[in-house]
Design a protein around this ligand. Structure first.
Ligand code: G1P
Length: 286
C-alpha cells in the first residue's frame, strides 16, 4: 500500500503574475476548488493517509486551506449553514494527515522531492505535481498507478503521447514495448529537443516511486540550469529496479500554463453539477 503522497508546491508561479503575487498558484480556483485540492482528492482516493507538501515562503495559504478554520466554522454553524460547513471542513477528510516541509532554495523538482525524505514512510510513495490536473470519470490516475504498483512491485510513471515538437517541455521516456497500458522503461531524458527525444511519450505529473529514489537524489548532479531533476534520479533508479510507464485513462490539463488552466476551467465548468447546464447553454450562444 502507498500511504504517503508528496506534493511539490514551492514554485513561484511567475507565469500567472499578477494573480500569483500574493496567492500561491496552487490556490487559484478551477471553477470552485483550488487547483491543489484536485490533487489532494486524487491522492486520498488512491488510499493516501499522509500528504507531504514541499512548500516555500509564500505558501502559507495552502496549509491554511487544509487546516480547520475556526471562526468560519463557528459562524456557519451558528447560521445553520450545514452544507457549507461540510464543504469548508472536508478540504481534507478526517484521518488524513497533512505535513509541511520547506524547500529553502529553488534547486529543482528533484531537490524538492528530496526535501520530503524524512516525512515519507514506506518502501514506495506517490508523487503528484498539482499543475497537471487530470479529469477522470472513474479512477483517478494515482489510483491507477498504485494498482499497477501493487500488482507488479515496479515503480510507475504516468505518460501520454504528445506532438513531437513538444518534447522539450517534458520528461520523455523510452519504452521497448507495451502490454496493455504499461511497459518497462529503458531510458528517460528531461526536456529533450524533438530530434534527440527517444519517443513522444511524455511524463505527466503522477508517479509511484521506490524510496531508493531518495538515496539516488543525493547523488544526482544538477543539470546545465543548476537544477536537480527527478527525471535524472529515476534514470538511475531504472538501472537497478523496474520502472514502468503507464498510459493512464483521463484528460490531462496543463494548469501550469494559462491556456491549460482556461481549458480546465471551461471543461470542468461544463460538467459542474449545479452550473454545468446553464454554463454550457451560455457557451453555445457565444
Ligand atoms: C516536470 C518534470 C517533467 C514532467 C513535467 C510534467 O517538469 O520535470 O519531467 O514531464 O513536470 O508536468 P516541469 O513542468 O516542472 O518543468
Amino acid at each position: 500500500m502507498i500511504d504517503t503522497v508528496v506534493f511539490p508546491v514551492a514554485g513561484l508561479g511567475t507565469r500567472f503574475l499578477p494573480a500569483t503575487k500574493a496567492i500561491p498558484k496552487e490556490m487559484l480556483p478551477v471553477v470552485d476548488k483550488p487547483l491543489i485540492q484536485y490533487g489532494v482528492e486524487e491522492a486520498v482516493a488512491a488510499g493516501a493517509t499522509r500528504l507531504v507538501f514541499v512548500t516555500g515562503r509564500t505558501k502559507n495559504a495552502i496549509a491554511d486551506h487544509f487546516d480547520m478554520a475556526f471562526e468560519l466554522e463557528t459562524e456557519l454553524e451558528q447560521r445553520g449553514k450545514h452544507e457549507l460547513l461540510e464543504v469548508a471542513r472536508q478540504t481534507v477528510p478526517d484521518g488524513v494527515e497533512c505535513l509541511y516541509v520547506r524547500q529553502r532554495q529553488a534547486l529543482g523538482l528533484g531537490h524538492a522531492v528530496r526535501c520530503a525524505r524524512s516525512l515519507v514512510s514506506g518502501e514506495a510513495f506517490g508523487l503528484i505535481l498539482p499543475d497537471d490536473l487530470i479529469d477522470n470519470g472513474g479512477d483517478g490516475v494515482l489510483a491507477q498507478l498504485v494498482r499497477h504498483h501493487e500488482q507488479t512491485g515496479a515503480s510507475v510513471i504516468s505518460v501520454e503521447e504528445v506532438p513531437r515538437e513538444k518534447t522539450s517541455s517534458y520528461g520523455v521516456v523510452d519504452v521497448e514495448s507495451f502490454t496493455g497500458r504499461s511497459g518497462r522503461i529503458c531510458g528517460m531524458v528531461e526536456k529533450p529537443e524533438p530530434a534527440e527525444a527517444p519517443s513522444n511519450l511524455a511524463i505527466v505529473g503522477r508517479y509511484v516511486l521506490d524510496a531508493r529514489i531518495f538515496e539516488l537524489l543525493e547523488e544526482t548532479r544538477p543539470d546545465q540550469r543548476g537544477e536537480i531533476q527527478i527525471t535524472d534520479a529515476i534514470a538511475s533508479l531504472l538501472q537497478e529496479r523496474p520502472v514502468d510507464a503507464y498510459r493512464f485513462e483521463g484528460r490531462h490539463y496543463d494548469c501550469g500554463s494559462k491556456l491549460g488552466f482556461l481549458q480546465a476551467t471551461v471543461d470542468l465548468g461544463r460538467k459542474h453539477p449545479e452550473l454545468g447546464g446553464e454554463f454550457s447553454a451560455w457557451l453555445e450562444n457565444q
